[in-house]
Unconditional design. Structure first.
Length: 297
């Protein structure tokens, strides 16, 4: 029995794509986990909501000139999560590792942002982390927890020691995080800077920071968007990016170097489906851009 067999169950199928695992290139894994949420819980319901939204999202990307119907996508179902964060992350690490060993690209549908820590630990070798997020998530601990949605990026820095960490859309931090970022060469672009210089110049800066990094883990916290575009997130923060700006940035920075990615922090009960639709569209565009760069349009 494989780890995906042991720790995942089939549910609604992302995008309606039904390629078998053996023949697939891309593997969806839902992670309905939000045990450390501290403001607005509910991201455990996001994998189902995003899958439902994906079934009603058109599959052609004008940015990538790719139709997702041409991609070989398999939905492995949802990870079997527990109330214990360490055990859930261990399972996610094993599933991610095995999926990559099978030469496939896993993408995680969260769930709270802590899931990125488990996934990154399942990726071996030199790696950069590219995060789109309103927050740096670099606290040493938060509300007595060392591993949670507000500390996971610091745990990644300490445990995985990526070649580079680049955080994009930053606008909600504390002094401790700024000092840690400065002392550990963690780069960040604020949303204010991106809105001032534009997505094209911001993408150039991001790509420059990642120059020489051949393998990237991409993570998108949907609170990188302004609440006007994505109200149903666990920790909304004003003064964020628009959906157009986010998708343009992803189009210019995602490509063959992305070995795995996640989309996290949707709490679908806080709106009427808008944020889940944004998340489904974001996943579609990331997949399209990766495939475009690997195989051509």
């Amino acid at each position: 029995m494989t780890y995906p067999d042991l720790y995942t169950s089939a549910g609604a199928t992302f995008g309606g794509f039904r390629t078998g695992y053996k023949d697939s290139d891309y593997v969806a894994i839902g992670v309905p986990f939000d045990a450390t949420s501290t403001y607005r819980p509910g991201s455990r319901f996001a994998p189902l909501a995003i899958r439902e939204a994906s079934l009603n999202t058109e599959t052609y990307s004008f940015r990538a000139e790719i139709d997702l119907e041409d991609l070989k996508i398999h939905d492995a179902g949802d990870l079997h999560v527990t109330g214990d964060a360490d055990e859930t992350l261990r399972r996610l690490q094993l599933v991610t590792e095995e999926t990559l060993n099978d030469r496939k690209t896993p993408f995680l549908i969260g769930g709270e942002h802590t899931i990125s820590f488990g996934a990154v630990k399942g990726i071996h070798g030199g790696l950069a982390v590219l995060s789109f997020d309103a927050h740096l998530d670099l606290r040493n601990e938060y509300m007595g927890q060392k591993v949670c949605h507000a500390t996971f990026m610091r745990r990644i820095a300490e445990t995985v020691n990526p070649l580079k960490i680049v955080e994009v859309g930053t606008r909600a931090v504390c002094r401790e995080e700024l000092e840690y970022a400065r002392d550990n060469d963690i780069a960040y672009l604020t949303s204010q800077k991106i809105l001032r210089v534009g997505a094209d110049k911001a993408a150039e800066e991001i790509n420059g920071l990642l120059d020489g990094c051949d393998r990237i883990y991409l993570t998108v916290d949907m609170d990188v968007l302004d609440p006007a575009s994505a109200p149903a997130v666990q920790n909304p923060e004003p003064d964020g990016l628009s959906a157009h700006e986010l998708l343009n940035l992803l189009s210019e920075t995602c490509g063959r170097r992305v070995v795995a990615f996640d989309v996290a922090e949707v709490a679908p009960h806080y709106d009427m489906g808008v944020t889940a639709i944004q998340a489904a569209k974001t996943i579609f565009e990331i997949l399209s851009c990766i495939h475009r760069d690997r195989h051509g349009s």
